[in-house]
Design a protein around this ligand. Structure first.
Ligand code: HEM
Length: 171
């Protein structure tokens, strides 16, 4: 089971390393892959931020006129079957090679790319890694009895989750 694998990896690494740092993500390849897969699959900012074209331009075969509002469909890149082994399902193997080592992917763009890339990327990556790893170290998560799945579709510009209940148990 996915959570058991994360617990095992984190327990083994943190046994002798109490001070977790962002750089430790290289020592926790499975946990790192799960975090990346959460960001790929959940698409927190599916359309990035809108831009306005400041002059008439031709981009590949498209003519874009000044004043056009442009939205970057980041979620479509995250579901591109040409770029991912398992585009439509949650699977950390999207970020693991055959040896189980972490493998990045150029199509992983939750923070967008280019000149207006998210300015908080490094802070967000660090916080997500530290928070997630400590939460998994200390807690176990499961759906309430009788519930087999929850609504994973997000709502709004930042994919806010639908309300759901979850059991959180100290380990
Ligand atoms: C999971 C966390 C986060 C995600 C997925 C995320 C994602 C994004 C995305 C997709 C954009 C649009 C980039 C574009 O227009 O192409 C953006 C912009 C931005 N983000 Fe984030 N972000 C996150 C956390 C943060 C944090 C923690 C901060 C600040 C501490 C931050 C500050 C900003 C700012 C200021 C912009 C506008 C940048 C600009 O227009 O030049 N973000 N973010």
């Amino acid at each position: 089971m996915l959570q058991a694998k994360v617990h095992k990896e984190i327990d083994a690494f943190l046994e002798n390393n109490e001070n977790l740092q962002y750089e430790d993500c290289t020592n926790l390849p499975y946990t790192n892959a799960v975090i990346h897969e959460i960001q790929r699959f959940s698409n927190v900012a599916p359309l990035g931020l809108p831009k306005i074209c400041t002059q008439d331009i031709k981009l590949q075969n498209y003519s874009i006129t000044k004043g056009t509002i442009i939205e970057t469909n980041l979620a479509s890149v995250h579901m591109d079957p040409k770029k991912w082994k398992f585009p439509d399902s949650f699977n950390p193997s999207n970020f693991l090679n055959k040896e189980g080592k972490f493998q990045d992917n150029e199509a992983f763009l939750p923070f967008s790319t280019g000149l207006r890339i998210c300015i908080g990327e490094q802070m967000a990556r660090t916080e997500i890694f530290i928070f997630f790893t400590i939460l998994m170290k200390t807690l176990r998560f499961h759906l309430p009895s009788g519930v087999t799945k929850s609504n994973l579709n997000g709502r709004g510009t930042t994919s806010t989750p639908h309300p759901y209940k979850i059991c959180v148990i100290p380990r």
